[in-house]
Design a protein around this ligand. Structure first.
Ligand SMILES: Cc1cc2nc3c(=O)[nH]c(=O)nc-3n(C[C@H](O)[C@H](O)[C@H](O)COP(=O)(O)OP(=O)(O)OC[C@H]3O[C@@H](n4cnc5c(N)ncnc54)[C@H](O)[C@@H]3O)c2cc1C
Length: 349
């Protein structure tokens, strides 16, 4: 029988992060069977090493040229329907599944809900970490439970939705990044119902596609078209998608901002007291869109995306991120918070 995991030493991460940063890791553990995690973690060679889970590397910035520890990469990738009775199906998805392939798998099985989240890079196991969201939908709405190996308790655990504490690009997993290794997720997906067109651009895209009806499959196609047009392709210009979260502020702060600056976009949140600002708008107004310092740049296509145009290093991208956030803070008094995990440095304004 093939080993449940394998270890490699002094590994290049260039093709393991979508910024394509030329960092290395002391060790990379590739896990084919999540039940082997306790044995892996008991390996004598790993006892004194920091550990970090690395999925597809689409939401990390290696701010150091060496991760002096062991990266754990889960490759288990089976998907199955575990309960099909009623109006919803419960789907068990291993952490190593590729997210966008999973979206297609659910559509192929007549299930909906994930279509607005099409084309988000990464693994299914990373989806709950920051409660991935796009085009009016967050994955937390469909997550029934998250299976983890809890390193603190040294035991497996199954966290139901309430325990995941999902918020905007946030969860209990993101707040305690060292503690849990997500091994699988359970999704509860409807078999029918209206698709979510709350993001106005989706209806416009369907119209531009010849007036297509908003079926889950058509919505996924529309989302993919919009994303391909709006976001730089990491294969062409390394990036991690949105580099900053949209700031959530009180209504009073938003009103004060609107009184000082014309055209400040403000979006609702789930609470009346708070609203969301557009980080892209703030960055663009501060004059950063298309700015380039060596190969570290703010995308000319989308102001929220930092890009590696060739040989930028992690520290160079982090310095650029600091400069952008500092200037937004000075101009608008709003603190931007990075969305990706920054490895080997801290981000402080
Ligand atoms: C072009 C582009 C567009 C993007 N668009 C969006 C978008 O629309 N919406 C959105 O929300 N995000 C978006 N992202 C960010 C990213 O794709 C998601 O956050 C994705 O879920 C990250 O998956 P990953 O496997 O690459 O995780 P990684 O980048 O490898 O890891 C991200 C974090 O999750 C942790 N992690 C990963 N897997 C596990 C696990 N199994 N157990 C425990 N911790 C784990 C890591 O330790 C790290 O802290 C985009 C990124 C890119 C490059």
């Amino acid at each position: 029988m093939a080993s449940a995991y394998s270890l490699a030493w002094d590994v290049s991460l260039r093709d393991r992060n979508t910024f394509h940063l030329d960092a290395r890791a002391d060790c990379l553990a590739t896990v084919h069977d999540a039940t082997a995690l306790p044995s892996l973690l008991a390996e004598p060679a790993l006892q004194d090493l920091p550990l970090m889970v690395l999925g597809a590397g689409s939401n990390v910035l290696f701010a150091t040229d060496r991760f002096a520890g062991c990266l754990i990469h889960l490759q288990c990738d089976s998907t199955r329907i575990v309960d099909d009775a009623g109006e919803h199906a419960l789907v068990h998805v291993d952490a190593g599944c590729e997210w966008d392939a999973l979206v297609d798998w659910t559509l192929d099985h007549g299930l909906q809900g994930l279509e607005n989240l099409a084309l988000i890079p990464g693994q299914a196991g990373a989806a709950p970490i920051q409660n991935i969201g796009a085009y009016g939908v967050e994955v937390g709405k469909f997550i029934a439970a998250v299976h983890v190996y809890d390193r603190r308790a040294r035991a497996c655990d199954r966290l139901t939705t309430e325990r995941c504490e999902f918020g905007y690009r946030d969860s209990v997993f993101k707040r305690e990044p060292e503690r849990r290794i997500v091994t699988a997720i359970e999704l509860l997906l409807p078999k029918a119902g209206a698709t979510n067109l709350s993001y106005a651009g989706l209806g416009e895209e369907l119209a531009a596609m010849g007036g297509l009806s908003p079926t889950p499959r058509n919505v996924a196609a529309a989302v993919r078209r919009i994303r391909r047009r709006k976001l730089p392709d990491p294969a062409v210009a390394g990036n991690a998608g949105s580099f900053f979260k949209n700031p959530v502020v009180t209504r009073a702060v938003a009103a004060e901002l609107q009184s000082r600056f014309a055209g400040v976009p403000v979006y609702p949140t789930s609470t009346d007291a708070e609203c969301k600002l557009s980080a892209a708008w703030l960055i663009e107004q501060a004059g950063w869109r298309g700015f380039r310092d060596g190969d570290a740049a703010v995308s000319a296509q989308h102001a929220l995306v930092l890009v590696n145009l060739g040989r930028a290093t992690g520290p160079q991208l982090l310095t650029l991120a600091h400069r952008v956030a500092t200037s937004v803070q000075e101009k608008f008094g709003i603190a931007l918070e990075p969305e990706p995990r920054i490895v080997g440095a801290t981000f402080q304004l």
